[in-house]
Design a protein. Structure first.
Lengths: 211, 228, 252
């Protein structure tokens, strides 16, 4: 942890703000995230958690303040592909199978050379459903199919919006395990969640959102 | 880690959209069916005189194809927006314009190409002389990608709105005027035995420009539409 | 060298400054528009001699020609501010572009209506597929498209940016349409109707025309200012300066 603290933070927000119809969506926000760290974004409904993640992903324009990526002002070109975003909409085509969906994602983002589609899908708990169209899967299985991207695609920063939603107890511990491995390997993650998260890889940083 | 090259990303994109279209191949037939019905109505409305039908055949087919394509345009991005695939595409470390170009190509293959294949049938229904059909096909081969590209930019602009097909028609039709004029001009010239190369070359030139600029404009429009 | 122009523009582009600036100028612009309009129309409809070919029918040009010029001029203004709005994301530019569109559409509509009223006695038809007329019609559709797209969005600023993009596409489109219709006309008709065949115009007719044109410019400015002020109030309704204005108005 001490090594990480002295290094340049992976992601840094300085008085970050965002306006919708000129109304600030959340109070100016400052935080740092270093490699190997997990941050929990906390706040009530409508406090701007999803908006924050969409800004960090580069889907929304920064309203005010600064956003730094590895010490440099964040630019789409410099960080694209280093960031994985998982939103409310899972980004899965309902007519395709989990395997096909993964193949597309890998075609666009690239993939870890050591992992295969089959092994990733097995790890995420979709063994036997690899070639079933997404439309026939349950909500939790769809979520798992989307989470499989985290295992296969190379990225340093994960931005996960409500990753625990729709998951059963086993699924929740699966997400926790994914996060632990990711941070242990030097990755970082920003996670929004309503529920309490039991995370065993060190104390997560807390980002409190206020409307 | 392995970053995919442009060629691989392009094939992935193209394959995805073609597979999706294939899984719903019933939808591919709809624009063709629509064009057939519209073309069929003309002889009923105007009377079955060969000379009259021959004279209007080229124009009728062009306008019918344009309207059929307009019907199919609306869905270009809608499902990708609904399920979040478009966000993933925007965030992918690939040039967005190129990826959208692939999407437009896939859309052209699945909507315009079947229409072009059906065109000889439409032409026969209106008694268009067989000698003119190759020129008509050539004109359509150049004009339909133009419409796809224009349409894609406008659909991208309306991506963040409530669905409104009328708005799309209002925006697209003025942009189509030149393409229709040149395509119909070529067919009319061929029918009268005049040289028809000039309008075809103009169409080709416009297409080259549109292929270069359309995807870029589409990407810019999409970023505007998603930024909310 | 001198950077006071960009500085002044920068200051002006802040909504409260523009609101005050436009509020001061608005009555003057409107007064000038009414005055010049009255003078120009009096000159055109009463003082100018009848045309030796068309009699009094030509007098519609005192409405038609200024409207036609304005329909294009406003599109130009809209295009430039649309460009500024997209590149620098300046709120005022978005407002100017979006509030210009309905005024421009109105002028385009007037041009089309007066044109066909004039066309009936002159060439015996309400409408002909001439390049100029067709371009004007396409221009109307472009205006309507911009207005429609702007209102299709929930978020007004996002709608403004999308519509601004469409306006810029339209700028490229209009000359292409004009050219292609000209080409089309040579293919289909031996001779097209020559609308402005006698381009030499007498001074008696010219000065009212120019005066009315100036009046339409001032009218556009006044109308734009009025619309932009309303729009700015709505867009900035949460801001302090709007609250102050609301309190002032409320006390009255």
């Amino acid at each position: 942890m001490t090594v990480a603290a002295t290094a340049t933070p992976l992601l840094e927000a300085r008085a970050l703000s965002f306006h919708r119809q000129d109304e600030p969506v959340f109070a100016p926000l400052s935080f740092q995230l270093t490699a190997g760290e997990l941050a929990l974004v906390e706040g009530d409904n409508g406090s701007g958690k999803t908006t924050l993640l969409r800004i960090l992903a580069g889907l929304l324009h920064v309203g005010g303040g600064e956003l730094l990526w590895r010490g440099q002002p964040m630019q789409r070109d410099s960080c694209a592909g280093d960031i994985l975003f998982l939103g409310h909409q899972l980004g899965l085509k309902a007519d395709l199978t989990p395997r096909e969906n993964l193949q597309i994602a890998a075609g666009l983002h690239g993939r870890h050379p050591a992992k295969t589609f089959a092994s990733v899908l097995a790890d995420i708990g979709l063994r036997g459903y690899e070639d079933e169209p997404i439309r026939r899967l349950s909500a939790g299985q769809k979520k798992r199919a989307a989470l499989a991207r985290l295992l296969l695609l190379p990225a340093t920063l994960w931005l996960l919006d409500e990753p625990y939603a729709n998951l059963d107890r086993v699924g929740i511990s699966l997400v926790n395990r994914l996060l632990e491995t990711h941070t242990a390997e030097g990755g970082a993650a920003l996670v929004t969640s309503h529920g309490a998260v039991s995370f065993h890889g060190g104390e997560p940083r807390h980002i409190r959102m206020q409307a | 880690m392995i970053r995919p090259g442009l060629a691989r990303a392009c094939t992935a994109m193209l394959r995805r959209d073609l597979t999706l279209a294939w899984r719903r191949r019933g939808d591919i037939a709809m624009p063709v069916l629509y064009a057939l019905i519209v073309t069929m109505l003309f002889p009923f409305a105007l009377g079955p005189e060969d000379t009259l039908l021959q004279r209007i055949a080229g124009g009728v087919i062009l306008v019918t194809v344009l309207l059929s394509m307009l019907l199919a345009l609306d869905v270009l991005f809608s499902s990708d927006i609904e399920d979040g695939s478009l966000e993933q595409l925007v965030l992918a470390p690939q040039p967005l314009a190129l990826m959208l170009g692939m999407k437009i190509l896939a859309h052209w293959i699945t909507t315009a190409l079947p229409l072009i294949v059906a065109t000889p049938l439409l032409a026969a229904m209106l008694h268009l002389p067989a000698a003119v059909i190759p020129v008509l096909l050539l004109a359509l081969l150049l004009a339909t990608p133009l419409l796809s590209l224009f349409g894609a930019v406008l659909v991208a602009l309306t991506a963040g709105t409530r669905r409104s097909g009328m708005l799309l028609a209002l925006m697209l039709l003025p942009l189509c005027v030149p393409a229709v004029i040149f395509a119909a001009g070529a067919v009319a010239a061929a029918q009268q035995g005049l040289p028809w190369l000039a309008p075809i070359v103009w169409l080709a030139a416009a297409l080259v420009l549109a292929v270069a600029l359309g995807p870029l404009a589409c990407a810019a429009a999409l970023r505007i539409a998603l930024d909310a | 060298m001198s950077n006071w122009i960009p500085l002044w523009l920068h200051k002006l582009s802040s909504p409260p400054t523009f609101y005050r600036f436009a509020g001061t100028l608005l009555p003057w612009m409107m007064a000038l528009a009414l005055l010049l309009g009255a003078i120009g129309l009096y000159g055109g409809l009463v003082l100018a001699p009848p045309d030796y070919q068309q009699g009094d029918a030509y007098r519609i040009i005192f409405i038609h020609v200024p409207s036609a010029w304005m329909s294009m001029f406003i599109y130009g203004v809209m295009g430039v501010s649309a460009f500024i709005a997209l590149v620098w994301r300046i709120k005022l530019a978005e407002v100017v572009a979006m509030e210009s569109a309905p005024i421009g559409a109105a002028f385009t509509f007037i041009t089309l209506v007066t044109g066909s009223l004039w066309g009936k006695p002159m060439w015996g038809t309400w409408w002909t597929w001439d390049a100029r007329l067709t371009s004007e019609l396409v221009l109307l559709f472009l205006y309507l498209g911009v207005i429609g797209l702007y209102h299709a969005f929930e978020d007004r600023r996002q709608g403004a940016r999308a519509a601004a993009f469409l306006a810029i596409i339209g700028i490229i489109n209009v000359p292409i349409v004009h050219y292609s219709v000209t080409w089309w006309n040579t293919l289909h008709q031996g001779s097209t109707v020559d609308i402005f065949g006698h381009s030499k115009i007498a001074w008696d007719m010219l000065w009212p025309l120019l005066t009315v044109t100036l009046a339409t410019k001032f009218y556009y400015a006044a109308s734009l200012f009025r619309r932009a002020r309303t729009d700015l109030l709505a867009l900035e309704s949460g801001k302090e300066w709007v609250r102050q204005i609301a309190q002032r108005e409320g006390k009255r």
